[in-house]
Design a protein around this ligand. Sequence first.
Ligand SMILES: *[C@@H]1O[C@H](CO)[C@@H](O)[C@H](O)[C@H]1NC(C)=O
Ligand SMILES: *[C@@H]1O[C@H](CO)[C@@H](O)[C@H](O)[C@H]1NC(C)=O
Length: 646
Amino acid sequence: MEPPKRPSIPERQNVSSHRIPAREARSRALALIALVVPLWWCMTASPAVNGVQREDGGFHWAKVTPSPSLQYHECFDGFQCARLSVPMDYHRTDGRGRQVAIALTRLPAKVPVTDPRYGGAILINPGGPGGSGVLQALHYGRDLQTVADADTPPSLTTQASHNRYFDIIGFDPRGVNNTTPSFSCFPDPLAQKIWEIQHEADGMLGSSTDAFMRTWARIIARNTGCAATLSTAPDADSEALGEHLNTPPVARDMLSIIERHGEWREKVARQTTLPPRSHLHRDIPSANNVAQHQAMLQRTRWNRNAEKLLFWGRSYGTILGTTFATMFPDRIERVVLDAVVDAHRYYHSSGGTAIVDADAIFDQFATYCDSAGVQSCPFHVAGGSAAIKAAYYALEEGLRNASIAVAATDSRGPEVVTYSDLKTLLRVAVYQPLTVFPLLARYASEAARGDGTGLADLKIKLRGGEVDECRVSPVDNEPYASVAVLCSDAVYLQGLDEDGFAERWSELTRDSRMIGDYWAAVELDCVRWNVTPKWRAPDRVEGKTSHPLLFVNNVLDPVTPLRSAEKMSHRFQGSAVLRQDSEGHSTLAAPSFCTDSAIRKYFQTGELPPPDTLCQADLKPFLGAPEITEATMNDIRRLMRSPFAL
Ligand SMILES: *[C@@H]1O[C@H](CO)[C@@H](O)[C@H](O)[C@H]1NC(C)=O
Ligand SMILES: *[C@@H]1O[C@H](CO)[C@@H](O)[C@H](O)[C@H]1NC(C)=O
């Protein structure tokens, strides 16, 4: 279970009373994966395909004609979908050139756009890079809406109240999932799957003496071919997709989306007839009604070239947010950025690493395990947290020397559990301690007894689907979209040579014994991805925005340390950092009523939390942590695809 699949976490557990379970939407969206399988021999074999077609009313992205204004179609039971045409190259002035069709999914607000309580559309991004905002809206849109919306439902408040209710809009950034043109580094899904499983079997960096040599060759093989294809235009007068996938054009796409949303809102409002007429003069609208109607038209008017952004981004999504804020500082209405990436380091390598706090989270594993005791933490050993850590290091070391053989069962072939497998589980665990620490404790204790069954089963689940032509989704290019965005954002990573990399690798392992090798592989991913983006990243990511940004960060985050949030906050005048006292990647790693309330207040009123606010998390690992469900496993698996993801 290694390199191309990368960390991220499942959505926050549904523990706070105001959260709405998203399980239904989740299982629907998972089932939809089956829908896009084109292989002819699957079509009749899979009952899921027919079931899904009935359920979503026959919606297919491919059936929607892209348009330069927002035209929504009902989709996915309660959502609306559109494909927005934008120029691939915004700087091209002759109006010809290729177009990108951005896939958008809107979860409508609980009030119509004409209602005075309509708060606007919050754009979301799940991180990655390469994560699908459409999928995020389908799975988590309702949860996000519940946090941003006023806590009283609209039916219990009057139109005059100050409560606000929002649309949630997820979009697939360029190169990602349903946005077209799409790309693949492989001729077909099976070739991709075989490549990924071989990559996994090579073992991660640090797992053996030849792991580096194999990984290096593998990355060069993948990158030289894929980057060459992506930087080749279909003809002399058109654009090469690969040169237009980096973050600045995506930030510009967000500007297009909010402008088109304004246009759409005005159009919807104009189609709304006058409110009910007065009882006495049925055919003449009352003066009051006319005035109200006028006010509504005024309120919903498209502010051409002045529409403002409401945005909620996590992890890589904070790069998108701060880049947008740098490029269009006067277009900010509300921007919440959770798990904050140091944009300067990301774009320009300002020195240092992002993983300075990762080992402190592993230390917390030992501390929590120690206080939970052997009942809740099977990896518990006597002697306190130091003894637990020592036992873990010994287990790792032993696995590096010898893998565990796991015999076949009726449902699974023979497997081998390796050092890399345990290391990968640990890496996911520091991203998502609440749900994965208990798994780590269970499987590590089994492995310490020489039993690899649990890890073998997990490994197969995390692999993502079966190696079965019928179930390999051809659109799952997330790890490669991630590389395409990351490597054209961080062009300095493309030119690393073996010596330069060796130096960087040892710096990373110095900063984190636990995930240094993993992060080195992330940076290695860009070697010889020779694509030069046309629209370069800003030299400095900073600004004075029309409304202050709200940064949110865990006190301990493995890849976006609190210090990065503080640094970015210094660069954006008037912004604030809300800290959450928990471990893991993004505050979704643990539920916090306090954090949700602060975010809600910001969306509702624009008010920032008081300086130095520290929110407690409502749950700690091993202590009342929710059971891992199949859905959680699916989340972990699906979301283990990119470094700055959730
Ligand atoms: C691993 O192998 C090395 C070298 O053969 C040996 O020194 C070490 O004791 C072994 N460690 C474990 C935990 O088996
Ligand atoms: C892409 O979007 C579809 C919905 O159109 C979703 O079902 C699928 O899981 C997404 N794929 C990925 C890899 O995010």
